[in-house]
Write a protein that binds this ligand. Sequence first.
Ligand code: XBP
Ligand code: MG
Length: 256
Amino acid sequence: MSLRAVLWDVDGTLAETERDGHFVAINAAFDELRVPWRWSEGRYGELLRVAGGFERLLFDMSSQPQAPTDPGARRMLAAQIHRRKNEIYAALVTSGAIPLRDGVRELMDDCSDARVPMGIVTTTSRANVAALLEANLGPGWERRFGTVVTADEAPSKKPDPQAYAMALERLGIPGCEAVAIEDSPAGLEAAAATDILVVITRSRYFNKEPITGALAIGPGLGSGVGWVPAAAHSRDRIGLEQIRSWHDAATRHSLR
Ligand code: XBP
Ligand code: MG
């Protein structure tokens, strides 16, 4: 079973967009819209268990004493905050405030050099992905990916496998021939449901979270140290060669 695609999660995996982007932007939106509550960094971390910024706002409002009681009014307020949060987020990333995590660009270059197609598979919106990747990869960013699946195309958010299933269908490959790079338990669950093996790069918010069932788990693609299983190819970073050898070993093992 050969490796035929690398699928990238966005938030937390390509960049620390949660802490440095969405978290900052949501509190700025609360301020601007004079919403009478704020989210601490810790509370934001808890709320990340709910996938999707809009869904997260609604979930929080269900225990927020100062939120409107009428469900329609809640949805309207959540939509208004979410819209403004995304505008502030886009402005932040466009200003260059959020770089790619270490090793991400290098692994992307490995895939391009080896002609291994890449995909984006995320629960955030296409506009947010475009803002982040245009700022970091330039205006031709989309040409680098065989498919880009966002919440616009796949509204059922991770851990639902809809986005991964759509990416596989568009690339025309089975899950066992792809590897996903993810940072969260929900992302792993979504990918695993379509037979995709998952490399977990620990992000700030999911740093300590128990995560089982990964192909490999480690501190980030920018280091070859601290991975389980150990990375044999380089101490400097996780490259395509390393991902291939983890994938080969796991698929050989499952064929035995
Ligand atoms: C990302 C999310 C998103 C972002 C915010 O999950 O859950 O909700 O936090 O973006 P993943 P939106 O990394 O698994 O794709 O406000 O656009 O939802
Ligand atoms: Mg993520």
